[in-house]
Design a protein around this ligand. Structure first.
Ligand code: PGA
Length: 252
């Protein structure tokens, strides 16, 4: 298998010091026990927990990521965190363009591409999120929307080594609803085609495309078995060690 499964937890704005550290330690312990060679594990806690989470996962193969970054390396950007800072702190990954950022912070494809490029240049890997709203799906525009988002938010310097795509239908995030497996595979295969056009077939075949949106232990097996699904970006279920690990176990 050219594409190693990636099981990534997006903690969103959850976790205070005590429970955040316990969660990171819990995941790290289980990752060690699982000793998987075919699967990578990543946790993306909020900024406030990154330093303590890093300590908590030390010695396990769990990787650390942030949930967003600015595109500048430093400067007058009150409240922002730069990719260079994240790298300095020990992060390997950063999520960019999550639908909650696109919606709540009016992030455009152009801005997301800039962030992704800066993060890659800082030595981070990026998870670039895309996905349609419910209205767009109902209007039959899913593939169109995802194509535009890929074309606009994946920077030219993206390769299979530094970039992961996460397909997250907005209407499936945190709702308990998911597309059918056929619908998921249709979109993932379409995304890979667009990536092939944009970055070449060899690169596209190696680039991981995660599914995200209400992934749970109960639906993970069928989703992760799809030919173009290379892992999951998991929100709610990543806040419980057992659920997160059960999803990973379903990828065997
Ligand atoms: P969810 O979130 O698993 O809670 O639906 C996924 C995400 O938004 O990354």
């Amino acid at each position: 298998m050219v594409r190693k499964t990636l099981i990534a937890g997006n903690w969103k704005m959850n976790g205070l010091l005590e429970d955040g550290i316990a969660l990171a330690k819990g995941v790290a312990g289980e990752v060690k026990k699982a000793a998987r060679k075919d699967c990578e594990f990543l946790i993306c806690p909020p900024f406030t927990l990154l330093t303590s989470a890093k300590k908590a996962i030390k010695g396990s193969k769990t990787m650390l990521g942030a949930q967003d970054c600015h595109f500048a390396a430093s400067g007058a950007h009150t409240g922002d965190v730069s990719p260079v800072m994240l790298k300095d702190l020990g992060c390997q990954y950063v999520i960019v363009g999550h639908s909650e950022r696109r919606t709540n912070h009016f992030e455009t494809n152009e801005l997301i591409a800039k962030k992704a490029e800066a993060a890659i240049n800082a030595g981070l890997k990026v998870i670039i999120c895309i996905g349609e709203t419910e209205a767009e799906r109902d209007a039959g525009k899913t593939i169109d929307v995802c194509t535009k988002q890929i074309m606009g938010s994946v920077p030219e310097i993206s390769t299979a080594q530094n970039t992961v795509i996460a397909y997250e239908p907005v209407w499936a995030i945190g709702t308990g609803r998911t597309p059918t497996t056929a619908e998921v595979e249709e979109v993932h295969a379409a995304i890979r085609k667009v990536l092939a056009k944009k970055q070449g077939r060899a690169n596209a075949n190696k680039m991981r495309i995660l599914y995200g949106g209400s992934m749970k232990p109960g639906n993970a097996k069928e989703l992760l078995a799809l030919p173009d699904v290379d892992g999951g970006l998991i929100g709610g279920a990543s806040l419980k060690v057992a659920d997160f690990m059960a999803i990973a176990a379903a990828s065997k």
